[in-house]
Design a binder for this molecule. Structure first.
Ligand code: PLP
Length: 339
């Protein structure tokens, strides 16, 4: 175990010992390579640099109560990477390469997996880039698949506390029929200005209205939105939203816990009707939303008056993190025990 101040780790980059690389060249994937270097050598005309041929994933390995190390629903991340690759015409990464890569990356860096009880985890960042040279706009002939890992601390330093979010209509992160439903870098570049402005104005992040009609709730920053009302878990369906693996899991847990699950267009007016609201994703699992302010109308929707998350958000968070840390039964078989 490395000598790291586990309790004070942030969601930032900490150097680890090894990363994984695999090259697609001459029409085939080569062997997995293990590297100790944090840098890559890249052709100056690589398509990832010019035409945005880049997709990534974010997933975590957790050291459990029984000291075993678990990966959460990794096959879903692989499937999503396939969809991202298809969406911007990159070479798909075969499942065996993805699986061997993530297993190796975790095993080789196991001394960086935060101990159970610190609330931390080992974040895995698989990424796929077009590495072949092109000058005209076209997909590359060569690709590089990489995985690096970095230990991350608990998302909420002061515990599971609601945050403020800002509803906006004057930026779009992705276009309908564009790339919003896949995990490609361009979507994140397009969201940076809205996110930075939200921070400057005192909010954790910006909630986007749908790009086409501005009538429905879209992404909550780099996470999916959900609201709870009248025994229902309600989450937006939209072609510009990234299908979150956390949200998929929360929907299954919500149904299992007796909530009715609705995945549909969610009108902005409904923000006034929710008893609880949250944003969900791998990084935080759930960020409970205490308040949403509409940047255009000034309307304020309050979900937490006492600074605490609502009861359903608390229950869903406890159950999902409990499964990830091996504390509660993994009824749906979501975890893969690595070692
Ligand atoms: C735009 C966006 N939406 C939603 C999510 C949540 O997805 P997941 O639960 O698979 O991490 C993420 C994070 O990966 C994201 O970047």
């Amino acid at each position: 175990m490395k000598n790291i101040d586990w309790k004070n780790l942030t969601f930032g980059y900490v150097k680890t010992d090894y990363n994984i690389r695999c090259y697609f060249k001459d029409g085939k994937w080569g062997p997995l390579e293990v590297s100790t270097s944090e840098t890559i050598e890249l052709h100056i005309a690589a398509t990832c640099l010019h035409y945005g041929q880049e997709a990534f994933e974010g997933m975590k390995a957790y050291r459990g109560k029984d000291n075993k190390v678990r990966l959460f629903r990794w096959e879903e991340n692989w499937l999503r990477l396939q969809r991202s690759a298809d969406g911007i015409l990159m070479q798909r990464v075969p499942k065996e390469i993805f699986e061997e890569g993530i297993r190796k990356a975790v095993e080789l860096n196991q001394e960086y997996i935060p101990p159970y009880g610190t609330g931390g985890s080992l974040y895995l960042r698989p990424l796929l880039i077009g590495s072949g040279a092109k000058v005209g706009v076209s997909p590359a002939d060569e690709y590089l698949f990489m995985i690096f890992v970095t230990p991350v601390g608990p998302y909420f330093k002061e515990g599971f506390k609601p945050v403020k979010m800002q509803l906006i209509r004057d930026f779009d992160r992705a276009a309908p029929q564009g790339t919003g439903s896949i995990k490609v870098g361009g979507n994140y570049a397009a969201s940076l200005r809205a996110g930075q402005r939200a921070h400057k104005e005192g909010f954790a992040t910006a909630i986007f209205a749908d790009a086409k009609t501005k009538q429905y709730i879209d992404e909550a920053g780099p996470a999916n939105f959900y609201g709870i009302r009248d025994g229902k878990y309600i989450t937006p369906d939209s072609e510009t939203i990234l299908p979150s693996i956390t949200n998929m899991s929360l929907r299954e847990l919500a149904a299992d816990m007796g909530l009715i699950v609705e995945r549909r267009h969610v009108a902005l007016e409904e923000l006034a009707t929710f008893e609880e609201a949250g944003a969900c994703g791998t990084a935080a699992v759930i960020s409970p939303i205490g308040m949403i302010q509409d940047r255009d109308t000034g309307a304020v929707h309050q979900y937490s008056k006492d600074g605490e998350a609502g009861p359903w958000s608390k229950k869903l968070y406890a159950r999902l993190t409990g499964i990830q840390y091996g504390e509660v039964e993994d009824k749906f078989n979501w975890c893969t025990v690595l070692f």
